[in-house]
Ligand binder design. Structure first.
Ligand SMILES: [Zn+2]
Length: 330
């Protein structure tokens, strides 16, 4: 009898542990409830020099921190808890820099694993030599053992395809992302834009047994035939209107209304795709901050009949669900 009781306790503990959902930030795991108000697609540093020339010596971490920190304090003071940094490897992803910025600002930051294939110069040489399986092993290794031994772990997968129909290299990237997702539960954020490559990617997800809810259709604001976003959202895909600027307010409001009317507000993500320190420019160049959503979009949503509950869905609950580390298989 005693043993039986012990067994039940062990099983309960085990099942609780398995059900514990987490989001991976650069300073450790948090629960989805802890994500708070979130900007789901921004950049702190981007270096557009090619993959064969990029290295961490191209910027001084302290100089970047000094320049970028005020912008993080600005959103922190406006009530934001989390910023997702969408800069991939070979474009300036710097896990230790992100950790410094998070620790000094108090803003939770997520970084990523994956590769950027929209412009081929950002793909490293090994990408062309390896299979999707081999690439996914690199990314799974970062998930398991941290990025380059820094102790900083990726919170999602970032890939990028072209605006045009997919080429073989993009198919390989997407397949590698699928294989990584199935082993790690990391969500796939894919720089996409138009509907044709979006649906081609969803087809590859399907072939690999990955549910569309593991996929963020990034830069979906570029596709003007909104029936496509509605169709993808109905399948479970996250729709990211992530280039908000004050002048795009009416467009973003109209799309939010359409999503709400379609009962799909729970699949919509908003962000700025803003920033960033650019090592190619003197002093890092000019940074565009992360406050336009707070100053222009949220007030406009309220004026257009969106409730506080709707706004919390867009900026808290949806990011929490989208970035929860969870295998979403078919
Ligand atoms: Zn971006």
């Amino acid at each position: 009898m005693k043993n039986y009781f012990l067994l039940i306790v062990i099983l309960l503990v085990f099942s609780c542990r398995n059900n514990t959902q987490t989001i991976q930030t650069v300073t450790g795991k948090i629960s989805p409830e802890e994500i708070g108000k979130t900007l789901h697609h921004e950049h702190l540093l981007v270096d557009f020099v090619a993959a064969d020339s990029i290295n961490y010596d191209r910027w001084d971490k302290n100089e970047v921190v000094e320049k970028v920190l005020p912008y993080l304090f600005e959103i922190k003071n406006a009530g934001y808890s989390t910023l997702v940094d969408a800069t991939p490897a070979f474009l300036g992803r710097d896990p230790l820099l992100l950790k410094m910025l998070s620790e000094q600002s108090g803003v939770q930051i997520l970084t990523n694993t994956g590769l950027y294939g929209a412009y081929k110069i950002h793909l490293p040489k090994y990408f062309y030599e390896e299979t999707a399986e081999e690439l996914s092993q690199r990314w799974i290794n970062e998930y398991k053992n941290s990025i380059e031994g820094t102790g900083v772990f990726p919170g999602f997968i970032k890939i990028a395809v072209d605006r045009a129909p997919l080429e073989d290299i993009h198919r390989k990237l997407v397949k590698a992302a699928c294989l990584t997702h199935l082993q790690t539960g990391l969500t796939i954020m894919s720089h996409t834009g138009l509907a044709v490559p979006a649906f081609q990617q969803l087809e590859i997800l399907k072939e690999n047994g990955v549910h569309p809810s593991a996929f963020i259709w990034t830069h979906a604001n570029n596709e003007k035939d909104y029936t496509k976003q509605i169709e993808a959202a109905k399948m479970g895909t996250w729709i990211a209107f992530d280039k908000f600027m004050p002048e795009s307010k009416d467009e973003y409001i109209a799309f939010a209304k359409l999503m709400k009317k379609s009962g799909l507000l729970n699949k919509l993500l908003f962000s700025h795709d803003s920033g960033w320190f650019d090592p190619a420019k003197p002093g890092g160049g000019e940074i565009r901050g992360y406050m336009d959503i707070e100053n222009f979009l949220i007030p406009a949503l309220k004026e257009n009949g969106f409730s506080q509950e709707d706004i919390d869905l867009l900026f808290i609950k949806n990011p929490a669900e989208a970035f929860t580390v969870k295998i979403r298989s078919i």
